[in-house]
Design a protein around this ligand. Structure first.
Ligand code: GLV
Length: 369
């Protein structure tokens, strides 16, 4: 009898694992909510697992691939970002890895929009007022006012899937939109949004005419009221357009003192020390962050400074954390389903065994003819 296929998951991904049981695979799930130590991942891979289910907190590099030489056939990541997986090492060892793009696009984009609104309208400070029983009158402008989002200018930095989805939502709020992408521009999409905006204006649905266009990073940052980041994390040497510390002292100083920035992409895209200073010294008006240079956010992070608490929203890498998005076993709806399907495609040799045709494989370049 041939040996059963073995899979190790570094985290529980819910009911979607039933699909693996139905395939007859032997599955072991790391039972703790924290990330397993890297030494344990290596130990499991060395013991001969064929499929590894990982997430963004697991470092997957040459050490892991070397431990699995001859046995490890696929790494299936439950996340769209994969900066924790060393692509060059995966290619060297010819191990395909998959991710869960698309199914979290709308959830992440809506979360970025909600953060922008919560920051602009000061929801955190306003609720504190209520809860701490400091709400003592209705007054035209006291104790503070927020800023509207509707009709303002937003800069979308990064026009991949999530950036484009946020554009769609911002257009619905009659925002003017400035787009910047260091590597990829989708002019057809931008033109379709402009045409939709024009139609809304002609039909009397929007009161003001609004515009959308690509521009330079400098113009986007220096003109926008809101800035939302949607680039992948690419460090020096990983790309001709690295995004590490794209937002640093220089770029923060380009922003208007009334501007607010939202980051739902990857923490190291922003230099947090510079951002905390920009908030403390009022170079900018606010920031809402869902991702950090180090996660979980360290206790001594300058972003926790109580002096900037009213202007700095801190969320726990939560943008895709919605029930269907995270856990649906349907590969067209949920990250869990898509992760499992990506793993099965490789292990079962779907698509005629042609890795370059498998939709969820990232590093197709290592498998071309
Ligand atoms: C979350 O950050 C993801 O990459 O899916």
């Amino acid at each position: 009898m041939s040996q059963r296929i073995r899979v190790f998951a570094t985290c529980d991904i819910g009911d979607a694992v039933n699909l693996l049981h139905q395939q007859g695979y032997e599955l072991e799930v790391y039972p703790q909510p924290e990330a397993p130590p890297k030494s344990l991942i290596i130990e499991k891979v060395k013991s001969g697992v064929n499929g590894l289910i990982t997430t963004l907190r697991d470092p997957i590099d040459a050490e892991v691939f070397a431990a699995g030489e001859g046995t490890l056939k696929v790494v299936a990541q439950i996340a769209v970002g994969f900066d924790n997986i060393n692509r060059a090492d995966a290619n060297k060892y010819k191990v395909p890895f998959t991710h869960t793009a698309d199914v979290l696009t709308e959830a992440t984009a809506e979360f970025a929009f909600f953060l922008m609104g919560a920051l602009a309208r000061k929801l955190w400070s306003a609720e504190h007022l209520c809860r701490e029983n400091r709400w003592s009158y209705w007054h035209p402008y006291l104790p503070f006012l927020g800023d509207e989002v509707t009709g303002k200018t937003v800069a979308i930095i990064g026009t991949g899937r999530i950036g484009l989805a946020l554009i769609k939502k911002c257009a619905g709020f009659d925002m003017n939109i400035l787009c910047f992408d260091p590597a990829y521009e989708n002019h057809d999409y931008i033109q379709a949004i402009q045409e939709t905006n024009d139609l809304r204006y002609q039909k009397g649905i929007s009161r003001e005419q609004t515009s959308i266009r690509y521009t330079t990073l400098h113009e986007a940052l220096s003109t926008a009221d809101f800035i939302s980041l949607h680039v992948p994390l690419l460090r020096e040497g990983e790309s001709t357009t690295p995004t590490y510390h794209l937002i640093d002292e220089t770029t923060l100083r380009m922003m208007k003192p009334t501007a607010m920035i939202v980051n739902t992409s990857r923490g190291p895209v922003v230099d947090e020390t510079a951002l905390a200073r920009a908030l403390r010294e009022n170079w900018i008006a606010g920031a809402a962050l869902d991702v950090y240079e180090k996660e979980p956010l360290p206790a001594d992070s300058p972003l926790r400074d109580p002096a900037i608490a009213d202007r700095c929203r801190l969320l726990p890498h939560f943008a895709s954390a919605a029930r269907i998005t995270r856990l649906s076993p349907d590969p067209n709806k949920g990250m869990a389903g898509r992760c499992v399907q990506g793993l099965i495609d490789v292990l079962e040799g779907n698509y005629g065994g042609d890795v370059t045709k498998m939709p969820y494989v990232v590093n197709k370049e290592a498998f071309g003819k």
